[in-house]
Design a protein around this ligand. Structure first.
Ligand SMILES: C[S@@+](CC[C@H](N)C(=O)[O-])C[C@H]1O[C@@H](n2cnc3c(N)ncnc32)[C@H](O)[C@@H]1O
Length: 264
């Protein structure tokens, strides 16, 4: 069997995304992003929308005020966009790169959820994505995103080879109720602490590997000071920052950097 490696969520993995998404407090995500909607929010852009669960929740909150308000979700993975489109046909969905998104309109609320900015390959791409998000903002608009705060203890341990090869990182049922597990082979660059995990899908009961191409997800680290530099270069001002989607205070030990910004 010729095996290819899928980069990020696409093809065989996309239909598993929602079921495998067991590690975040989804309700906190939905509440946080939907909570950004104000009576003045009349258009929504979701960059890296995935299967659209957050997009739909925010669009519904917005449409309580403006029933016909436009919403658009953009993702690089066609298979994720297909699932999003099946979830809600009233929203516009488009395949595209958030570094150069297929967007001509301006939006009152622009979001980029669940560490999507860390999936970009380098600093230049991060700068391009923030600049594109900035261009897509209407006057008075806000941009909100969340990324992980670098967990140096974990990352240094991973870089030193401290993670068990093939460790189980997800366990979830498929549509038929069959229990699946994801085993991960991880590499962490000792200099940059960029974390690259390759996922393999297994049957939980037999541990047999299933015929889904492995998927590699590479997460760059974005430190608060680097983020501030990128935002300043892009003409974005941070107006609020939290340590997680529950709205907890941001501290140096917070799990996440949850940022709301406005044009500077
Ligand atoms: C971790 S998922 C988050 C999806 C969604 N925002 C959510 O909260 O469920 C990251 C998503 O970003 C997409 N993605 C990665 N790089 C991208 C890029 N350069 N442009 C557009 N989408 C991208 C992936 O295909 C994937 O659907």
């Amino acid at each position: 069997m010729q095996e290819t490696t899928v980069t990020s969520w696409d093809q065989g993995w996309a239909p598993l995304y929602d079921a495998a998404d067991t590690m975040r407090m989804m309700q906190d995500y939905l509440d946080f992003y939907a909570g950004l909607v104000t009576p003045g929010t009349a258009s929504l852009l979701d960059l890296g929308c995935g299967t659209g669960s957050v997009t739909v929740a925010v669009a519904e909150a917005m449409r309580a005020h403006h029933p016909d308000a436009p919403a658009l979700g953009i993702d690089l993975a066609p298979a994720m966009i297909d699932i999003a489109a099946a979830r809600d046909g009233s929203i516009g969905w488009a395949v595209g790169d958030i570094c150069d998104p297929p967007v001509t309109d301006r939006y009152d609320l622009v979001i980029c959820c669940f560490h999507t900015l860390q999936l970009l390959p380098d600093d230049a791409a991060l700068g391009q994505a923030l600049a594109a998000a900035r261009r897509a903002m209407a006057p008075g608009a806000r941009l909100a995103f969340d990324i992980y705060q670098p967990n140096l203890d974990f990352l240094k341990m991973a870089a030193a080879g401290g993670l068990e090869p093939g460790r189980i990182v997800r366990r979830f049922p498929d549509r038929t109720g069959r229990e699946l597990i994801v085993r991960e082979e991880a590499v962490c660059d000792p200099d940059t602490l960029t974390y690259s995990g390759t996922w393999f899908l297994h049957d939980a009961e037999t541990d047999a590997r299933l015929p889904v191409d492995p998927m590699v997800q590479t997460l760059r680290q974005i430190y608060p000071e680097d983020l501030a530099r990128h935002m300043a270069a892009t003409g974005l001002a941070m107006v609020e920052r939290y340590g997680d989607l529950d709205g907890s205070n941001f501290t140096p030990d917070s799990k996440r950097q949850v940022v709301i910004c406005a044009p500077a």
